[in-house]
Design a protein around this ligand. Structure first.
Ligand code: AGP
Length: 602
């Protein structure tokens, strides 16, 4: 998720912008930049990597008169992390910073290029500033040109735009990505979240989707589709640490709640009723590819395992899945007609990176599904699909897993369509379900409250079995891992059908079984597996749309029409269960003992 800061006023602007961007570092980024207009002069600085590089570039620069300024930290979604792709993006006399994804940017870019506008970057953002200048050059005043520009944009955006044509004004717009306005007497601030303006502004207005306007010294005008509107100001919080978590107790909790939004971002420009497209695959020919091998670790391995059911069932492509640390030393047999896919949130996991190098050495084509552009695994792969989850601060992965699953499902559908292994009707069913996933990830207070109350019963016992069938077996593995990682209680994920082949010997009242019982996938089979356990006095927590009378505890999910909708919903339940148990045990949810966010060693 990118970070945005803006300021209008007489104070020194460079430090306000740099300090503000520093406060947004927790959102993750790979490049940064700023632009200032003072005495009608436009100054612009950009740097790849950490903010210290931008500080170095601006150390001789000072802006101490009245002026306007905007700054940005970029999390790459379109285009590599380079200076050219860093924001602000320049037209001839205007600059723009943007957080979000412009879904129709290719169409706009073509229109503008045909009219002679020259693009320097690979980003979707650059279309905004050229579109503004196209309308301004046509004779519209700056505000009308800005208004007309944002009316053409589709997708998610939070925008600040400044122009020499009106050098005392910042134009702003918010739709789908966060943006707020801070006030301190005549000074006006903009930011993606509270932290950059805490201690500077004293009142704040949180913009709503569809709102836009302009800010001049002591004069801010707000509009939406119904015209001008009142600005609702409220006192600004003063606790920065709390602000970064945006009111949640832990980053992991915030990231569980972010899943609905970030999965939507993952789908933008890729999944629609018309089909699936991945720009990133345009350079990767899949000619002659007949099978898939996926290699990963931990949670990413669970995503890989779940997706193998989808690739075989939907695309009819043989799909094998390997734990990277095993793969590296098993002297694997590799065929050039196999597409080698790695999955990694960090893009730096040593075992996964080495496995990738082995596959490349054997002549396989490689694709990675990763959350960090420019990471080692991304650079090593022939092609990379970014999951767009934004930075994941919690060591226990949640939103990265959700976005990996969404990418993998889209990919299996894309392959199925290309290989003609899916009917139009089935494809449409899949897409219809897919487009409902963000909604299925929205967490009700009722559900979270139930899990919070229920978690008090699961703080001891001699262990947990998470059981599931089909794609719910990898989800059971993932649910068990979440619990282990942050509660330090022992938990195992197991195929439900396997319990009778040994593990059922453990069944007694102290054995907690978390049973994933989807309505749309082998319900009767999983039900009988759980009945076997209940008959031996195991304590059962059933997660299902259907009440299960033998359950000691029951968490009801919504009646779902598709296994993947049930998958995502049950994923949230297992994440929240682990979170609430860990909180009751007093553990550091975000930084569990013995763990690191990125395992860069063997
Ligand atoms: C997941 O909650 C864990 N933090 C861990 O298993 C992680 O998934 C694993 O280390 C792989 O990391 P990666 O996705 O960055 O490659």
């Amino acid at each position: 998720m990118c970070g945005i800061v803006g300021y209008i006023g007489p104070k020194e602007k460079k430090e306000i912008i740099l300090d503000g961007l520093q406060e947004l570092e927790y959102r993750g980024y790979d490049s940064a930049g700023m632009a200032v207009i003072e005495d009608h002069k436009l100054q612009n600085f950009k740097a790849v990597g950490k903010l210290v590089n931008l500080r170095e570039k601006t150390k001789e620069y000072n802006s101490d008169g009245f002026g306007i300024s905007i700054g940005h930290t970029r999390w790459a979604t379109h285009g590599k992390p380079t200076e050219l792709n860093a924001h602000p993006h320049l037209g001839k006399y205007s600059y723009v910073v943007h957080n979000g994804i412009i879904e129709n940017y290719q169409e706009l870019k073509q229109e503008l290029s045909d009219e002679g506008f020259v693009f320097l970057s690979q980003t979707d953002t650059e279309t905004i500033v050229h579109l503004f200048e196209k309308y301004h050059n046509s004779g519209l005043n700056s505000f009308d040109a800005f208004q007309k520009t944002i009316q053409r944009l589709e997708g998610a955006f939070a925008i600040l735009l400044i122009t020499e044509a009106q050098s005392d004004t910042i134009f702003f717009a918010k739709n789908g990505s966060p943006m707020l306005i801070g006030f301190d007497s005549n000074d006006v601030y903009f930011a993606s979240s509270d932290t950059p303006i805490i201690g500077k502004a004293h009142e704040v207005c949180y913009l709503n989707d569809g709102e836009y306007g302009y800010a001049r010294p002591g004069d801010v005008k707000l509009f939406d589709s119904n015209g001008s509107k009142e600005i609702n100001k409220k006192p600004l919080v003063t606790n920065k640490a709390m602000a970064q978590k945006e009111g949640y107790r832990f980053f992991m909790e915030k990231e569980i709640y972010e899943q609905s939004t970030v999965v939507s971002d993952t789908m933008i420009g890729r999944a629609s009723a018309n089909g699936i497209k991945f720009e990133e695959l345009s350079s990767l020919s899949l000619e002659g590819i007949t099978s898939i091998k996926i290699c990963a670790c931990g949670t990413s391995y669970h995503a890989a395992l779940a997706s193998s059911y989808l690739f075989e069932r939907l695309a009819k492509m043989r799909c094998s899945v390997e734990i990277a640390s095993e793969f590296r030393y098993k002297e694997p047999l590799l065929d050039p007609d196999t597409l080698f896919i790695t999955i990694s949130q960090s893009g730096e996991t040593a075992d996964t990176l080495e496995a990738l190098k082995m596959a490349k050495k054997a002549g396989l084509k490689s694709l990675t599904i990763c959350n960090m552009d420019n990471s080692s695994i991304v650079r090593e792969s022939d092609a990379a699909i970014l999951t767009r989850a934004g930075i994941e601060k919690g060591v226990a992965s949640t939103k990265a897993f959700a976005t990996q699953m969404m990418v993998l499902w889209m990919l299996s559908l894309k392959f199925a369509k290309e290989r003609g292994t899916i009917s139009d009707e089935k494809f449409s069913e899949e897409i219809t379900a897919m487009l409902q996933v963000p909604k299925s990830l929205i967490i009700s207070d009722k559900l979270h409250g139930k899990i919070t109350r229920l978690s008090k019963r699961y703080l001891h016992g001699h262990g947990f079995f998470y059981i599931g069938r089909d794609i719910f077996y990898p989800l059971a593995l993932e649910g068990a891992l979440k619990l282990k990682e942050i509660s330090y209680l022992h938990a195992e994920g197991y195929p439900a059908g396997e319990m009778k082949h040994g593990p059922i010997a453990l069944a007694d009242a102290e054995l907690f079984t978390i049973a994933l019982m989807p309505q749309t996938s082998h319900y009767d089979k999983i039900k009988s597996n759980v009945e076997e356990l209940s008959a031996r006095d195991a304590t059962i927590l059933s997660i299902s749309p259907l009440p299960f009378e033998l359950a000691d505890d029951f968490i009801q999910t919504d009646h779902a029409t598709h296994p993947m909708l049930e998958f995502f919903e049950m994923m949230v339940v297992t994440q929240l269960l682990a979170l609430e148990i860990s909180i009751r045990l007093g553990n550091d949810v975000d930084m569990p003992r013995n763990l690191a966010k990125s395992v860069t060693v063997e």
